[in-house]
Design a protein. Structure first.
Length: 214
């Protein structure tokens, strides 16, 4: 019985801790140092039906590319296929998060896993602008879920990755794409901590009630 209570507590923690993320569609590409390596993991789901359909940008291989403003720094992975759809953010969206020194060195030496293809830009006139270019075969019901993971030898500094959190949030629909460059994995936020406390209190009350009935 106590095992069941523990499982209930864990389920409560997961549901409470992650409820805000499930309420809005968003994806993240997160770079972190892991021992002598830097790893990149993708997460989340993007509702591309709430973005603006445009022509896709091109890409080759897997890695990151630095560009001078007003063009965006970009990243992508086409090791398992090509790109045939592009999605721009709505007019009025603040795109400045990706324009600057997020990447200061272009690097394509990553080992990888995953099957989804992407590039984090579209072409606006002659400029590489923040957006997402993907393979339409990876879209299901308007939703795109990346599954890519990368690894390469080095640290953030040697790879030209500037630590920070770089989001672009659509001005109309709040769909978002975030690139995170962190020294270590992100810790649970305040809501997740509150979820842990609430689940622990519920577990204690249930155990007390069971003892009272005994």
């Amino acid at each position: 019985m106590f095992k069941s209570l523990n499982l209930l507590a864990v389920a409560s923690i997961v549901c409470i801790g992650f409820a805000p993320e499930s309420a809005k569609a968003s994806i993240a590409f997160s770079f972190t140092e892991v021992g002598p390596f830097v790893e990149m993991k993708s997460s989340g789901t993007l509702d591309v039906s709430k973005l603006v359909l445009v022509s896709p940008g091109g890409w080759g291989g897997a890695g990151v590319e630095t560009n001078n403003p007003p063009e965006s720094d970009i990243m992508g992975d086409t090791t398992t296929g090509g790109l045939d759809q592009g999605y721009a953010f709505s007019p009025g969206t603040d795109l400045s998060g990706w324009i600057g020194n997020m990447f200061t060195i272009s690097s394509f030496s990553w080992s990888l896993s995953g099957t989804t293809q992407f590039a984090t830009y579209i072409i606006d006139g002659s400029l590489r602008t923040p957006g997402i270019s993907i393979d339409s075969a990876d879209v299901f019901g308007g939703l795109w879920t990346p599954d890519v993971a990368w690894q390469t030898l080095g640290d953030l500094a040697s790879l030209g990755l500037t630590p920070g959190i770089y989001p672009v949030v659509d001005a109309v629909t709040s769909e978002s794409i975030t690139i995170q460059i962190l020294k270590s994995e992100p810790v649970p936020g305040p809501l997740a901590i509150l979820g842990v406390a609430a689940a622990f209190r519920r577990s204690r009350k249930l155990r007390f009630a069971m003892k009272s009935r005994a």
